[in-house]
Each structure stands twice: as structure tokens, then as C-alpha cells.
Design a protein around this ligand. Structure first.
Ligand SMILES: *[C@@H]1O[C@H](CO)[C@@H](O)[C@H](O)[C@H]1NC(C)=O
Ligand SMILES: *[C@@H]1O[C@H](CO)[C@@H](O)[C@H](O)[C@H]1NC(C)=O
Ligand SMILES: *[C@@H]1O[C@H](CO)[C@@H](O)[C@H](O)[C@H]1NC(C)=O
Ligand SMILES: *[C@@H]1O[C@H](CO)[C@@H](O)[C@H](O)[C@H]1NC(C)=O
Ligand SMILES: *[C@@H]1O[C@H](CO)[C@@H](O)[C@H](O)[C@H]1NC(C)=O
Ligand SMILES: *[C@@H]1O[C@H](CO)[C@@H](O)[C@H](O)[C@H]1NC(C)=O
Length: 251
């Protein structure tokens, strides 16, 4: 009987411990440099006191009817909503990237947020090359997007079969940008779209395939005509000379 209740208590404490561990998990949150982000405990309690920590350091503290205290110095980039408990970070910088935690006697347990700060996503650039009578289209995200490039995903859209496979999002690998190949026999009037997305936003760029095919170079054509004319001129000259020489020998 005693052993049974001891085992029960043990099970209960393990269960409570597990519950506690799961509540310790850090919720992923994303923002971009220069943007704003709100970390929200999503709780309906009315708070009497709140502490927010960044990593192990306290950054804001509030209790009772005082004004919230900022650490280490007053900071207008950080705002605490004492009603909802929300922490709002304005004009994000890369150094804001960290783990944040709200603590309050009014919450049954603290809550953690893992903030990742991305670069603002630029539009991708589509380049195309005419190689071996075929068109190779590349999609690249400018290098101004430096932070967390591994979180980028991209996909193609076009009316050709080449795009059919790319319904799923691909990771953007640095040394082999996504590429599509077309031949002269494909529909060159179609527009090819490249979509890129990160956890905050998405961008797209497009290109009409026919603009990738080099136009006949008019300078070459003029040169060819000029060479033909010079050739004919010399031929006539030669024929005249040959005939005169013939007459001379005949005499
Ligand atoms: C961030 O919040 C401030 C204040 O609400 C606002 O003026 C600003 O436009 C916001 N910035 C962005 C990038 O949303
Ligand atoms: C945002 O921060 C940058 C650099 O930290 C600063 O140059 C800029 O003026 C700030 N913008 C706003 C709206 O506070
Ligand atoms: C926070 O998020 C980043 C990027 O998603 C990830 O690499 C990192 O492991 C996360 N850290 C924690 C403590 O969850
Ligand atoms: C062009 O095709 C030839 C023969 O098919 C091949 O040897 C060459 O590597 C190709 N060039 C490029 C740039 O793909
Ligand atoms: C791809 O393009 C087709 C039309 O060309 C459009 O109907 C479809 O919604 C596009 N797909 C995406 C994911 O944008
Ligand atoms: C599409 O993907 C399948 C398998 O992943 C592959 O066998 C097929 O050749 C691909 N088709 C095109 C048009 O790339």
C-alpha cells in the first residue's frame, strides 16, 4: 500500500517534471533588422508583476503601479505592455538575437522565446546564360542577405515541365544556385518566376525566356556585306586583268 502510493508519487513527480520541461521549450520567433517584433506570453491573467530576461540578464522589470524599469539603461527600443505582458522590440538589430524569457508570479511557469533576427529579404535576381544552344536560368539572392541564409527556401514557377518538380521549396545552397535549363524548342515566350521566402517574408522575380536568346548581331551582318562587296570588286578587277592579259598573248 505504502509502496504503491510511493510509486504513484514518483510517477506523478516525473509527470510534473515532464510537463515542466515541455513548458521550458523555447518558442521560435523571427524578425528582421530594422523591423519590430512582439514576444507575447499569450496569457489572460492580469499581471501584478513582470520580469523579462534576455539570455541570463534582466532587461525590464515591473511591479505594482510603478513605471517599468529598464536594464541596463532606459531604452526606447524596448517596450513592455503591462496588461498583456507583451515585450515589443523596435528597430531590431542583430544583437537582439537571443533567448528571451518572461517570469511572473502570476504565471504558473515562465515562457521562453528564441528570437532570430534576419536581414530584410531583397528580391532575387534572375540571370540567364545562352550556352551550347540552350538557356540556363539561375536564381540568386543578393549577398546583402547575409544572416541565416540557411533558412531561405526557393521555388520556380513556369508553364514548362521543368518547373513541375519544384512545387516543394528547396534550400538555397550557396555554391550551386537553383538552375533551370531550356532548349530552343521550349516555349520561349513564357515567363519564369523564382520565389524566395524566409520565415518573415517572401519575394519573387521573373524573366521572359526570349530575352535570354542573343539577338543576331547587326554589326556582323554589315561586316559580312562589306566583305562580299570587296570580294566582288576584286573578282571583277581580276577578270578584267585576265582578259587583257589574254588579248596581249593572243596578239
Ligand atoms: C515599428 O513600430 C513603430 C511604432 O509602432 C512604427 O512607427 C514603425 O513603422 C514600425 N516599423 C516597422 C518596420 O514595422
Ligand atoms: C534604427 O537603428 C539604426 C541603427 O541602430 C538607426 O540608424 C536608425 O536611425 C534607427 N531608426 C529608428 C526609426 O529609430
Ligand atoms: C534558436 O533558433 C535558431 C534558428 O532557428 C536555432 O539555430 C537555435 O538552435 C535555436 N535555439 C534554441 C535554444 O532553441
Ligand atoms: C557544350 O557541349 C560540348 C559537347 O556537347 C561539351 O563538351 C561542353 O562542355 C559544353 N559546354 C558547356 C559550357 O556546357
Ligand atoms: C504559377 O503560375 C501559374 C500561372 O502561370 C499560376 O496559376 C500559379 O498560381 C502559380 N503558382 C504559384 C505558386 O504562384
Ligand atoms: C522530377 O523529379 C523526378 C524524381 O524526383 C525525376 O525522376 C524527374 O526526372 C524530374 N523531372 C524533371 C522534369 O525534372
Amino acid at each position: 500500500m505504502a509502496a504503491g502510493s510511493a510509486a504513484g508519487a514518483l510517477l506523478l513527480s516525473i509527470w510534473v517534471l515532464q510537463l515542466d520541461l515541455s513548458s521550458c521549450q523555447s518558442l521560435p520567433r523571427f524578425g528582421y533588422v530594422g523591423g519590430n517584433v512582439t514576444l507575447s506570453p499569450a496569457s489572460t491573467v492580469s499581471f501584478t508583476e513582470i520580469t523579462w530576461k534576455k539570455g541570463i540578464n534582466k532587461i525590464i522589470d515591473w511591479s505594482g503601479n510603478k513605471e517599468p524599469t529598464h536594464y541596463p539603461v532606459p531604452n526606447d527600443r524596448v517596450h513592455l505592455d503591462i496588461k498583456s505582458g507583451d515585450l515589443v522590440l523596435f528597430n531590431l538589430t542583430s544583437s537582439d538575437e537571443d533567448e528571451y524569457e518572461i517570469e511572473s508570479v502570476d504565471l504558473t511557469h515562465g515562457q521562453k522565446f528564441n528570437l532570430t533576427v534576419l536581414d530584410p529579404l531583397p528580391s532575387p535576381t534572375l540571370g540567364c546564360y545562352w550556352v551550347n544552344e540552350s538557356i540556363s536560368v539561375h536564381c540568386e539572392v543578393p549577398q546583402s542577405y547575409r544572416r541565416h541564409r540557411d533558412l531561405l527556401r526557393c521555388t520556380w514557377n513556369c508553364s514548362s515541365q521543368q518547373c513541375e518538380n519544384s512545387s516543394q521549396l528547396m534550400a538555397l545552397v550557396a555554391n550551386s544556385p537553383p538552375e533551370l535549363r531550356f532548349t530552343k524548342d521550349d516555349d520561349l515566350s513564357q515567363e519564369v518566376h523564382c520565389f524566395v521566402k524566409d520565415p518573415v517574408s517572401s519575394r519573387t522575380s521573373s524573366k521572359v525566356l526570349s530575352t535570354c536568346v542573343p539577338a543576331d548581331n547587326p554589326r556582323h551582318r554589315y561586316l559580312l556585306i562589306a566583305i562580299t562587296f570587296v570580294g566582288i570588286f576584286f573578282l571583277i578587277g581580276f577578270l578584267c586583268y585576265a582578259r587583257r592579259a589574254e588579248k596581249t598573248t593572243a596578239r
